[in-house]
Design a protein around this ligand. Structure first.
Ligand code: LLP
Length: 412
């Protein structure tokens, strides 16, 4: 297939999907597990998600279009986003997708107009910011969360949004949604969020008599990029969520809602590995040794953007002693294009294959053509077999949108 190459272990994806779903089934709780497909969006992965009975989160017309091309069951598609365009919302109505996760008052206005224009009903969830922000190892609570997403739960915005949508004949309010962060290891923040959202739904029941049937707690379950990361088993997060929801519903006498979750990274992150070919090498005496690979920030922006850490091995030297420390650099024209600051590896030579692990989430999906580097291919592996899932870009693909410039033809 050539390098750089993304290789996905599809069995791992299926096992995770099943573990999440079985946890709900075993607890006797209604659920939807939606694959947050911004982590890696392609026709083939959507088809695997459909085979596993997952629902699907999309955040743009492009992801929605991909889902439709993949033949994904439309009633299981959920549409997110803080600035969905009229065209995108219309597409959601025309395709009769399962649910729109409403983010702001402008969107409510657009939805009302679309409902009137099409005469169609639409299921909606209201996205709220509960004032909890979770980070990798800890979480903070802020009275008034500063976020571009959602209605504030604490300052009356969420109540206003409920009032405006609940009274509308064509908008069917399923319940509340929140997403409190990514790469979370601790369950305390999820518990707090679940508590706040259920309490709000109980408050609305007391005021209106209407019982929201769905609680969506988003994604964000952490995975192990390096030895420093100590995540729980993915299903463990779900077990804790269910416990909290049971406790709070018990206290408020609220019927246990369906619980929806939206894992992205924990379905595809550690299922993906990138294979690169090592090319040039450079030693800065007494400072460091560089090895350069045939990709870089064009296929994995996360180290440059977030300081993300990865582990790696030389795939063709799996049994060699780990004697060297290298900085793994990419091939882009940018000093910051480094994939791994300090990789402990066997002695490397040009032509060796470097495997970088856990690149399955937000790698390909955030890839670019910076420096006009063609995007890698993606291969799915399962049961000892392999298959191309996204073909490698060619130079012709890279220039395929470019037009010749004819000065005389320019429009005045
Ligand atoms: N649901 C919502 C509403 C989200 O905004 C996200 C991620 C997810 C679910 C999935 O979260 P996950 O389970 O994958 O953590 N580019 C960043 C991550 C951005 C996450 C955006 N939202 C990265 O590379 O780490």
């Amino acid at each position: 297939y050539g390098t750089p190459l993304f290789v996905y272990d599809i069995e791992l994806y299926r096992n995770r999907a099943r573990a999440f779903q079985n946890t709900f089934k075993n607890a006797g709780i209604g659920y939807q597990v939606a694959y947050a497909s911004k982590a890696f969006s392609s026709v083939a992965i959507y088809q695997v998600a459909a085979q596993e009975g997952l629902s699907l989160d999309v955040v743009s017309g492009g992801e929605l279009y991909t889902a439709i091309k993949a033949g994904f069951p439309k009633e299981k598609i959920h549409f997110h986003g803080n600035n969905k365009s009229w065209e995108e919302l219309k597409m959601a109505f025309d395709e009769e997708i399962g649910c729109i996760v409403v983010d702001n008052f402008h969107e409510i206005e657009q939805l009302k107009k679309l409902a009137e224009a099409t005469g169609r009903q639409m299921n909606i969830l209201l996205r709220v910011t509960p004032g909890i922000e979770a980070h990798t190892h800890d979480y903070i609570t802020t009275g008034q969360e500063d976020s571009k997403f959602g209605f504030d739960l604490n300052n009356g915005q969420a109540d206003q949004a409920f009032k405006e949508t609940f009274e509308h004949s064509h908008l069917n309010v399923l319940g509340l949604h929140c997403h409190i962060g990514s790469q979370i290891f601790d369950t305390a923040a999820f518990r707090m969020a679940a508590g706040k959202l259920v309490s709000k739904m109980a408050e609305w029941r007391d005021e209106t008599g209407y019982v929201c049937p769905v609680l969506n707690l988003g994604g964000g379950f952490g995975i192990r990029y390096t030895e420093d990361d100590q995540p729980l088993e993915p299903a463990e997060y779900v077990r804790e969520m269910i416990e909290t929801v049971k406790e709070i519903t018990g206290q408020t006498g609220f019927a246990i809602p369906e619980i929806w979750i939206e894992p992205g990274r924990s379905l595809v992150g550690d299922a993906g590995t990138t294979l690169y070919t090592i090319g040039s090498m450079k030693e800065v005496p007494k400072v460091r040794k560089y090895i350069a690979v045939d990709g870089g920030m064009s296929d994995n922006i996360r180290p440059a953007l977030y300081g993300a850490a990865y582990s790696s091995m030389i795939a063709n030297k799996g049994r060699h002693a780990l004697t060297e420390t290298y900085t793994v650099a990419g091939k882009c024209c940018e000093s910051g294009d480094k994939l791994i600051e300090s990789a402990i590896l066997p002695e490397a030579e040009p032509g060796d294959i470097l495997a970088v692990f856990c690149t399955g989430a937000y790698g390909y999906s955030m890839a670019s053509n910076y420096n006009r580097i063609a995007r890698p291919a993606v291969v799915f592996a399962e049961n000892g077999a392999h298959q191309l899932a996204v073909r490698r870009e060619t130079y012709d693909d890279v220039v395929s949108l470019d037009l010749d410039y004819h000065a005389k033809a320019a429009v005045k």
